[in-house]
Design a protein. Structure first.
Length: 173
């Protein structure tokens, strides 16, 4: 049985096999959690992202790539690109779900036992937090029920009170 944990705090401080970054399609860093991860992890993460870009080009929305975690207390950073909220009729839900499913797929491929997720798309990309929390929890549960043999723990790391309260109430149901 995989454990699902909820933490309020800074994902760059989490000790896990992998932490997930809410990146943008350039993979070259940005604001929010992306900026925090690159700042705390150091240049090895950006170097690895540049190498991936040179090989495959930009990362499409909903897709994920994996790099070293540099100086962070994790082994890997999984960079996934969340959808920008555009009213809800632009496949945002499917794309956000893909972020979680594809990140977990990469985690399994790399034998990750513990993985931490931020609240993808709920910052600069303005996905409504309540809807994003529903999608995040439902996709993770679905993946764990159908595909998982290796992941022992999934941690949802909420940076703000609103997300933390939302996740808490959904997870308690
Ligand atoms: P996006 O562009 O996908 O919306 P953001 O980084 O702007 O990405 O926001 C995604 C979520 O990450 C937001 O809920 C924001 O509060 C949160 N966040 C920002 N900094 C951190 C951090 N250091 N650790 C964990 N979550 C963070």
């Amino acid at each position: 049985m995989t454990k699902i944990e909820l933490i309020k705090g800074d994902i760059t401080k989490i000790t896990a096999d992998a932490i997930v970054n809410a990146a943008n399609s350039s993979l070259l860093g940005g604001g929010g959690v992306d900026g925090a991860i690159h700042r705390a992890g150091g240049s090895a993460i950006l170097d690895a992202c540049v190498a991936i870009r040179n090989k495959q080009g930009k990362c499409k929305t909903g897709e994920a790539v994996i790099t070293t975690a540099g100086n962070l207390p994790a082994n890997y950073v999984i960079h996934t690109v969340g959808p920008v909220w555009n009213g809800g009729a632009k496949k945002e839900e499917e794309l956000l779900r893909n972020c979680y499913i594809n990140s977990l797929g990469l985690a399994v491929e790399h034998n990750v036992k513990t993985i931490a997720f931020p609240n993808i798309s709920t910052g600069i990309y303005h996905y409504p937090k309540d809807r994003a929390a529903d999608v995040a929890i439902a996709s993770v549960k679905e993946f764990l029920e159908t595909n998982n043999q290796t992941i022992g723990k999934v941690i949802f790391v909420c940076f703000d009170d609103e997300n933390y309260t939302l996740y808490k109430s959904i997870l308690e149901q």
